[in-house]
Design a protein around this ligand. Structure first.
Ligand SMILES: [Zn+2]
Length: 68
């Protein structure tokens, strides 16, 4: 379970709107394979668009590639 109270903002990652925790710089990004929402470190946020590195899904093990 994620504490959604901490995700007070919404940023766009890979053209998807994702809940974002500005204090921890973590966004909930959906796994493209199984739609699990994964907590992912956000490298930077600019004009509401977030940049993330690729991440491994903890549920299905799929590696989600980073996108521009
Ligand atoms: Zn997955």
């Amino acid at each position: 379970m994620h504490d959604l109270d901490q995700f007070t903002e919404t940023i766009t990652i890979c053209d998807e709107e994702c809940p974002y925790d500005p204090k921890r710089k973590i966004a909930l990004v959906m796994c493209e394979n199984c739609s699990n929402q994964e907590e992912v470190d956000v490298v930077s946020v600019e004009n509401g668009k977030g940049t993330v590195y690729g991440f491994m899904c903890s549920q299905c093990g799929h590696f989600n590639q980073p996108c521009e």
